[in-house]
Ligand binder design. Structure first.
Ligand code: ATP
Ligand code: MG
Ligand code: MG
Length: 550
């Protein structure tokens, strides 16, 4: 079962309701549509939508779309799909920051009228030089003391498109000597000609900055608790300045929490975009990607991702979460819910020489060892079967409990067999085994001897040929690119292994895209969208046990 833990943000919300500060909890999830959502976003989604659910409140989905050149409708649609898939519903609470462009403009005029904003003509480089440093105060812009009339006139002309990109900005008039650099007259508006915004088209050549747009959008929507990641802590005074100086209907409170960082992974959208555009992976939903779409294609369930987010919790300290945490969440889910099947990934044929030619039968196999309600199925059995190559060793290492020359092994759900003969090709490679079957061992131990090993198998006459894709970590380094190196140098060249000669038990022929199974003794697998009725394709979701760091 899912186990939402309490955390300091839930406690704040509960206290605000108890004290009467708020009558309801209103949160929002505010993605920028400049890429696909990743597992870090899931943390924020589960927090924001979860908080609203817990307190009977609301959570808005708001696209923070103030950087039109990096954004598009494909990203908007993928984000909606992924939020829904994760199990959350924004109902009719879908918003775009661009819905507020007109209002934001009016609020900027209000700031100008109050002497709290001015049109600046410093170039980006000059502005940087004027800004000062952590130890040096900044210098006032020479344009800082323009009259209200002049500012209004210039701002109107900026909107009308009279000035080229970069020639003018609208800046808040706060304090160039503030110890907080975010308060040294931050830019509120910049000019961008020639971009077609995915929502507003070419209506605007003037775009508000995130730091100005975000607090006002929150206030317009009546957000009570505006949750964001720690790097915005220093922006909070600016957030409060914005909602404090324009005539918005409410005063939301910004609360910061630590972002999710995951071992062997990158999470910034810039890097994820590069992995896709430079073809290091096969698209945003490549099963090696930490995107929601990638995890979905990898076989993760929405419940497992939510559970992972609950387990990592919400704190104020940055840390690096182990990949094993993510994998144990899906492993626990699939262990409980995935039906068991038999699939041989590296087939080796075994001929059962004493099994009558032309005879066939079916054996019964339970779909789950711990869950009777999942039922059973019939497995065809015959004279020729496939076992996995790794389950036979001519010269077995110590402790090897599977098939060896003249040794016995149990076929799962079926009989005990003995290896009598090893057939090899000219190069000395094992191509086939001849074995004898003990027909008196179905569902019971053989007479007078113990057989320890159990291996899986597929009837050769009924085997369904398939492709199976095995995934390993996308990066070899715990923190790719740490210490200033290029994170791309840490890409694992062996992150994908495609096995093309696998054979499956016949019941897997009709598995639907997205269906998940445990392949006994191998791991958990999901049907990939590349599968066809003629040729199933499976992705490895996760192995049966934790192998990280091994
Ligand atoms: P990136 O740095 O990857 O571009 P972003 O924060 O700019 O991420 P947004 O689309 O603006 O991406 O993020 C939407 C919301 O998701 C924000 O509220 C942000 O705080 C949250 N978020 C993004 N990345 C993480 C993360 N790694 N952990 C937790 N929350 C995150
Ligand atoms: Mg952002
Ligand atoms: Mg970003």
């Amino acid at each position: 079962a899912e186990s939402p833990r309490t955390n300091f943000i839930r406690q704040i919300a509960a206290a605000d309701l108890a004290s009467g500060k708020h009558e309801r909890v209103a949160t929002r999830f505010p993605p920028e549509p400049n890429g696909y959502l990743h597992i870090g976003h899931a943390k924020s989604i589960v927090l924001n939508f979860g908080l609203a659910q817990d307190f009977g409140g609301t959570c808005n989905l708001r696209f923070d779309d103030t950087n039109p050149h990096k954004e598009n409708v494909e990203f908007v649609e993928s984000i909606k799909e992924d939020v829904r898939w994760l199990g959350f519903d924004w109902g009719d609470r879908l918003y775009f920051a661009s819905d507020y462009f007109e209002k934001l403009y009016d609020f900027a005029v209000e700031l100008i009228n109050k002497g709290l904003a001015y049109v600046c003509e410093l170039s980006a480089d000059e502005m940087r030089a004027y800004r000062g440093t952590l130890t040096e105060p900044g210098k006032d812009s020479p344009y800082r003391n323009r009259s209200v009339e002049e500012n209004l006139s210039l701002f109107t002309r900026m909107r009308a498109g009279e000035f080229p990109d970069g020639s003018r900005t609208l800046r808040a008039r706060i304090d160039m000597a503030s110890p907080n650099i975010n308060l040294r007259d931050p830019v509120l508006y910049r000019i961008k000609h020639g971009v077609v915004h995915h929502q507003t088209g070419t209506t605007w050549c003037l775009y508000p900055t995130y730091d100005y747009t975000h607090p006002i959008s929150d206030a317009l929507e009546g957000i009570t608790h505006s949750l964001c990641t720690l790097e915005f802590e220093d922006h909070r005074p600016l957030y409060d300045w914005c909602v404090g100086n324009v005539s918005v209907p409410s005063k939301p409170r910004q609360i910061e929490f630590s972002r999710l960082n995951l071992e062997y992974s990158v999470m910034s959208k810039r890097r994820l975009t590069e992995l896709v555009s430079e073809s290091h992976v096969h698209g945003w939903d490549d099963p090696r990607m930490p995107t929601i779409a990638g995890l979905r294609r990898r076989g993760y369930t929405p419940a497992s991702i939510r559970e992972f987010c609950h387990r990592i919790g919400i704190t104020k300290s940055d840390n690096l979460v182990e990949m094993a945490m993510l994998e144990s969440a899906i492993r626990d889910d699939l262990d409980a819910h995935a039906p068991r099947r038999m699939a041989v990934l590296r087939p080796l044929k075994v001929v059962l020489t004493n099994y009558p030619e032309g005879q066939a039968e079916e054996v019964e196999a339970r779909n789950h060892p711990k869950d009777e309600s999942m039922g059973a199925r019939r497995l065809p059995f015959g004279r020729e079967i496939y076992i996995d190559r790794s389950d036979f060793e001519e010269v077995p290492p110590k402790g090897f409990k599977r098939l060896v020359p003249d040794g016995e092994v149990r076929l799962r759900n079926a009989y005990v067999i003995r290896c009598d003969e090893v057939i090899k090709d000219a190069a000395g490679e094992v191509t086939e085994l001849r074995a004898s079957i003990d027909m008196d061992t179905l569902g019971k131990n053989p007479e007078g001897r113990k057989v320890k090993g159990v291996i899986h198998w597929v009837s050769a006459a009924h085997a369904v040929p398939a492709e199976v894709r095995l995934y390993d970590r996308l990066f070899q380094a715990v923190m790719p690119g740490a210490g200033g190196a290029d994170y791309r140098d840490d890409i694992n060249p062996a992150s994908l292994q495609v096995l093309t000669d696998c054979v499956l038990e016949p019941s897997l022929r009709d598995a639907a895209v997205g269906e998940r199974f445990q392949f006994e003794r191998e791991g958990y697998f999901v049907v990939d969208r590349d599968a066809t009725p003629e040729r199933p394709v499976f992705n490895l979701t996760v192995g049966l046990r934790d192998t990280w760091g091994k």
